[in-house]
Design a protein around this ligand. Structure first.
Ligand code: NI
Length: 158
C-alpha cells in the first residue's frame, strides 16, 4: 500500500464507512491496525487514517514519543480510533502550520479547536469517551477530516 498511489486519491475524497460490528474482536481488524502503526512510523506521521492507505473505513491511529515532522510537539500516546463521533469542542481555536502524508511537501496554516470530546470504539467494540487538547486535539481533528473526505487543502486559511 502506497500513500500517494492514485487509486487511494479518490478514497481521500470519500466519506469512509463505519467499521462493521462483525469486525470487532477479529484478528483481521487487529492486524490491520498493527499495520497502520507500522506505516505511520515508517512515514514519520503524527497520525494515519485508513483511507490514506486505500481502505475507506472509519479507523485512524496516532501517537509518537518524538516526531521529526513536528519537533516541537510534546509526546502523544499511541491511540486507536474507530467510528468516532465528536460530542463537544471548545470555542477556542489554535492556528498552526500543519502537514499531511497525503499532501506531500505542503505546510498550511490551519485553525483547529483547542479541545474536543469524542467517542471511539476499541478493537473489541467497546465505546470510550475521550477529551483531548492542543496538539493531540489537532491530530484527532485532522484524522477525522480524512474519514470525511476532507484534506488540509480545504481547511487552510488561504
Ligand atoms: Ni493527513
Amino acid at each position: 500500500m502506497i500513500l500517494t498511489d492514485t487509486t487511494t486519491t479518490s478514497l481521500l475524497r470519500q466519506v469512509a464507512k463505519p467499521v462493521a460490528v462483525s469486525a470487532f474482536g477479529t484478528t483481521e481488524l487487529k492486524d490491520f491496525v498493527t499495520e497502520m502503526f507500522i506505516i505511520m512510523k515508517q512515514k514519520n506521521g503524527a497520525g494515519l487514517a485508513a483511507p490514506q492507505i486505500g481502505v475507506s473505513e472509519q479507523i485512524f491511529v496516532y501517537g509518537f514519543d518524538f516526531n521529526p515532522r513536528y519537533p516541537k510537539a510534546p509526546a502523544v500516546p499511541e491511540t486507536i480510533v474507530i467510528n468516532p463521533q465528536i460530542l463537544w469542542h471548545s470555542e477556542e481555536t489554535i492556528d498552526l502550520e500543519e502537514g499531511c502524508l497525503s499532501v506531500p511537501n505542503k505546510r498550511l496554516l490551519i485553525s483547529r479547536y483547542k479541545s474536543i470530546t469524542f467517542t471511539t470504539m476499541d478493537l473489541d467494540g467497546n465505546m470510550h469517551e475521550k477529551t483531548v487538547h492542543d496538539f493531540e486535539a489537532r491530530i484527532v481533528q485532522h484524522e477525522m477530516d480524512h474519514l470525511n473526505g476532507v484534506l488540509i487543502l480545504e481547511r487552510a486559511k488561504d
